[in-house]
Design a protein. Sequence first.
Length: 303
Amino acid sequence: MSGSYQSLNLRDPGAVIDAFTRGARANREAACRRGSIDVAEAPGRLIASGDLHDNPLHLARLVGAAGLDGSSDGDADSPAHLTLHEIIHGELLINGMDFSYRQLARIAALKADFPEHVHALLANHELSHISGAGIVKDGVRVVDLFNEAVVSTFGDDAAAVLGAIGGFIRSMPLALRCETGSGCAAILCAHSLPDPALMDRFDAGVLERELTEDDYIPRRGAAHLMTWGRAHRPAQLLELGAAWGVGLFILGHERADRGLLVVPPNTVVLNSDHEAGVYLPVDLASPPTPDQAVAQVVPLAVA
């Protein structure tokens, strides 16, 4: 693995705070950052992932596939752009606590190491830590269990660690826009898109400006709406595609039992957390159609 990602001491509050601080700075100051999103341009490669939910094995395989660890899985001389989202709140609890702050810290360190190639996208589970709206998953209040793990690990330093986590989450881009440079429309990777019933509340101009605190307000703010939508409809997808110049949306958030779900006419949903999880490798100069993506996804179980 790369330097700080590999060697990060996840029990040292100073090291963890530093990782989140450096990751937040990289999110904001990377040359790829434009307003509330990151932008990549062809030529180049993309490793697009779906919800990760604290799966460290799949994270390691994604990092390798992107060529960010120096392994033979990727091209270390020409790393790919790597999207990561829905990073925290996995199923495995330790003593009834959720220690997925560790995966978030690793990804913050990875962003600091590769600021132009790692794109840690805002998702609803991360947003729940700064919006004041909790999430109940399988009857569990996941934000509380996450915070309890931080307190258990860092004691008197927990408040400072949680503050650094909040700073990193606030710095996360809403999406990665990939300009294909081939006469094709762009690719947009995001955790989700607004619920169709809430489109009248959504500011589609959010991708062209900086985020504000109002954007994080539950069920009203543009960032909140952008990370919580499901059951997208063809008319909505075509409307957003036309407004943003996007020909392919790569999303997460919805369950895809086989790792990939095609949502006509221009969208694929990826899952990277479960046993059938996948990633989608993309040549930015030759973007796939949704149907072509079905044949191109790579199972993470054998990656």
